[in-house]
Design a protein. Structure first.
Length: 146
């Protein structure tokens, strides 16, 4: 059965927060789904939820576009779901970027996220030889990974 993809909404918080918390715990990242993040990503036009025919949530993608004076870029921040859902979500993100005229896409995924990596590769993304650094400042960084 194919996953149905629709835009993310703030009302998805109850369904997405547990999926995000599980993903973060499994892969050693921080949860990203909050009411505020869903409001933000819901306005981006590039964030989606994948559902089964009965409305069961199978996964989600959180992405947004940025512009730094040159070419705009779309950044995929989180991709969570079953293999089929992740592939459908990655394809939806690519289509939304193309439709918006944003042709540079970036996805940063945990190295251990085999499902997400396979989904973005199936959508035409290619791994780059880069190193990602992160740092948290102030009390937000006390005892927490970046």
């Amino acid at each position: 059965m194919a996953a149905r993809v629709r835009p993310v909404e703030a009302d998805d918080l109850a369904a997405l927060a547990p999926l995000d918390a599980d993903y973060a715990a499994r892969l050693g990242t921080e949860p990203q789904v909050t009411l505020g993040s869903l409001h933000y990503f819901g306005r981006s036009g590039h964030s989606f939820v994948a559902e089964a025919g009965g409305g069961e949530v199978l996964g989600f993608a959180l992405a947004h576009s940025t512009w730094a004076g040159g070419d705009p870029a779309l950044r995929l921040e989180r991709l969570v779901g079953t293999s089929e859902a992740a592939e459908a979500l990655a394809a939806a993100v690519v289509k939304s970027a193309y439709d918006a005229g944003v042709y540079r896409l970036v996805a940063e995924l945990p190295a251990a996220d085999a499902t997400g990596r396979a989904a973005v590769e199936a959508a035409g993304f290619a791994a780059r030889a880069t190193v990602s650094y992160a740092r948290r400042l102030g009390s937000a960084g006390a005892g927490r990974a970046a």
